[in-house]
Design a binder for this molecule. Structure first.
Ligand code: DON
Length: 303
């Protein structure tokens, strides 16, 4: 398969698009990003990477970070994490507060904001926010084998200053006894993890541990990888998860920075980035590019 050729074709096709969606506006620092950019990178089971477009431009990974914090939280707490957060799709927007009242402060899954806040709160247990961020960054750097990966402090500051929705979620969870730390501490950690900056090439490399290939680095057990992939498939795109499964057929996790990490089990880790979002807060061209790639490679978990 001429993967390089396929990626070049996808990048060329995306460069012609005038309808590109709009970058996230509720985090002012992200609203300034040029929507004309598009990058794609793939690491195959033989360890080789292939890339096209702006694959080396750094972007804010935002909610894609939740895959790495979930892996860390499961490493630290094991199945005890599931007493605090569920494993069902929410069918609602990533920042919704609606179900929290009905479900008494136990978020539906670790990928919606409320669930990711609880997951980060779980990793914080016994450490300071600085140590916890160090552990998150170490995990991602080790996964990508790249020590240059860093936190974009301007993005973290920008979100902290405008993060009233997340403060509402954290306080509400705290009111139900499901947050162990002060909302400022947990959210300070959460905003900084979301502000980690990576390129598509770095993100695809960091996603290699999810491929479950004997040739690629393994940071967590094969069984745990399967579970993380299941959650990415069912919850990774929030209320757009069904559509992503239908169109792409691979587990994927999106972020409002416009990045998506997807996994073709046994075959490849894929990262795409384009800052313009669709109505559900997922990258518009990124989703299209994933669909094109899946169709041309035949990669799908559905046969
Ligand atoms: O908490 C937030 O709203 C952001 N830091 C992350 C949200 C996000 O990336 C949703 N993904 N599409």
């Amino acid at each position: 398969m001429d993967l390089r050729g396929i990626l070049d074709e996808i990048a060329a096709e995306m460069a012609t698009r005038s309808e590109r969606g709009a970058p996230a506006s509720y985090i002012p620092e992200l609203a300034r990003v040029d929507p004309g950019q598009f990058g794609i990178a793939v690491v195959t089971a033989d360890g080789r990477d292939h890339a096209a477009g702006d694959a080396d431009a750094a972007f804010s990974i935002q909610s894609v970070s939740k895959v790495f914090t979930l892996a860390l939280a499961l490493g630290k707490l094991g199945d005890r994490l599931w007493t605090r957060v569920g494993r069902e799709p929410s069918g609602l927007a990533f920042n919704s507060i609606l179900q929290l009242e009905h479900e008494k402060g136990r978020p539906r899954n670790p990928f919606i904001n409320s669930g990711a806040i609880v997951t980060t709160d779980a990793i914080l247990e016994g450490s300071t926010p600085r140590e916890t961020l160090g552990a998150i960054l170490r995990f991602i750097r080790e996964a990508a084998e790249d020590d240059a990966i860093h936190i974009d402090k301007a993005v973290a500051r920008s979100e902290t200053a405008h993060g009233h929705g997340n403060f509402a979620l954290a306080h509400y969870i705290k009111a139900h006894g499901n947050l162990r730390h002060a909302p400022e501490l947990t959210l300070g950690t959460y905003f900084h993890q979301c502000a980690i900056a990576m390129s598509c090439r770095q993100l695809a490399r960091a996603g290699r541990f999810l491929v479950n290939a004997p040739t690629l680095p393994r940071l967590v057990s094969a069984e745990r990888v399967r579970r993380i992939n299941a959650l990415m498939m069912t919850c990774g795109h929030y209320d757009g998860s069904g559509e992503f499964a239908f169109r792409v057929g691979l587990p994927g996790k999106s972020g409002v920075g416009g990045g998506i990490l997807a996994v073709a089990p046994g075959k490849a880790a894929i990262a795409v980035w384009s800052p313009g979002l669709n109505a559900r807060g997922n990258s518009a061209l990124g989703t299209e590019a994933m669909e094109m790639l899946a169709r041309r490679t035949g990669w799908s978990v559905f046969g």
